[in-house]
Design a protein around this ligand. Structure first.
Ligand code: F6P
Length: 327
């Protein structure tokens, strides 16, 4: 078993609330166990640029409450090349690093797995950090809970003005190919319809639904559109406008505000648990694994499996329930 003496930690891809609590847990768990820790700035780009610094317990003081990531993040194309990986490897070796914790989504894990197969003497553990909640092997990813709460807060406010004006709003929310945020926010805000990439909703069906709502004396309506619905909120609104004359129709794209903000209690605890577990996994000699949370227990999943299974499945029962509760 390879003995680890110094690890590096980085955040990569889209930032997610909860990354900072996770970094804090990684740094403090490592130091508690006698390891040295380097923080890598700007994800894989920092490995290529040798942009890293030694971290101690005080370097992660008072960050539990901060959104974003103190290490900064990036989507790094050069790391996809053999040259980029080789430079990263040489820099890690030059800094005496033999273990790596990567916090990010599936793009981050794809890079981590390729790198680790090429250079197996650097052990790699992934932590699922993305608001999209789309990773196999963890019921929840870091940032999903906070982002969903942020979306709910925004939609509640839109509902106030929608109701005051008897309007219909199309609200587009993030999630890439996943409807996880859309579904939970839709249930929480009583959306009249939730358009998800995981199921087809024909425009005729949506219009019938809105007409039924008006017949049932609804004064305002909210349609949540997951960004993975390729029709997009603006085009959908345009189509509906042609046939629905009883509503004034507006569109709101929530955008990047969904990624910001102080992490929720859930994400602070999840980040702490996953960071703690990631370092303990490295100490036990694990590599090419993702730490996740399933049934409130930490679980290790092969990165390969996490990536090939890829899609986190949306719960059918929640989709069915949301349709019924919104009549
Ligand atoms: O993966 C997180 C996420 O916020 C997705 O929901 C969204 O599609 C994407 O990142 C946006 O990425 P960027 O900030 O690079 O435009």
């Amino acid at each position: 078993m390879q003995k680890i003496s110094k690890i590096a930690v980085l955040t990569s891809g889209g930032d997610a609330p909860g990354m900072n609590p996770c970094i804090r847990a990684v740094v403090r768990t490592a130091i508690y166990n006698g390891l040295h820790v380097a923080g890598v700035r700007q994800g894989y780009q920092g490995l290529i640029d040798n942009n890293m610094y030694d971290m101690d317990p005080r370097s992660v003081s008072n960050i539990l409450n901060l959104g974003g990531t103190i290490l900064k993040t990036a989507r790094c194309l050069p790391f996809r090349t053999d040259e980029g990986m080789e430079t990263a490897y040489k820099n890690l070796k030059a800094n005496g690093i033999d273990g790596l914790v990567v916090i990010g989504g599936d793009g981050t894990f794809t890079g981590a797995l390729r790198f680790s197969k090429k250079y197996p003497d650097i052990a790699v553990i992934g932590v699922p950090g993305t608001i999209d909640n789309d990773l196999y092997g963890s019921t929840y990813t870091l940032g999903f809970d906070t982002a969903t709460n942020t979306v709910i807060e925004a939609i509640d406010k839109i509902r106030d003005t929608a109701d005051a004006h008897d309007r219909l709003f199309f609200i587009e929310v993030m999630g890439r190919d996943s409807g996880a945020i859309a579904l939970r926010a839709g249930i929480s805000c009583g959306a009249e319809a939730i358009l998800l990439p995981e199921r087809d909703t024909a425009i005729e069906h949506l219009i019938e639904n809105l007409k039924a709502g008006q017949y049932n004396k609804k004064s305002s309506s909210i349609v949540i559109v997951a960004e993975g619905d390729k029709r997009g909120a603006y085009d959908l609104a345009e189509e509906v406008r042609k046939q629905v004359k009883f509503y004034d129709i507006k569109v709101t794209i929530l955008g990047h505000l969904q990624r910001g903000g102080s992490p929720s209690a859930f994400d602070r605890i999840l980040g702490s648990r996953l960071g703690f577990a990631a370092v303990n996994a490295l100490i036990k000699g694990e590599t090419q694994k993702m730490v996740g949370l399933e049934a409130n227990h930490i679980k290790l999943t092969d990165l390969e499996e996490a990536l090939t299974q890829h899609q986190f499945k949306l719960e059918e029962d929640l989709m069915e329930m949301s349709d019924i509760l919104s009549i």
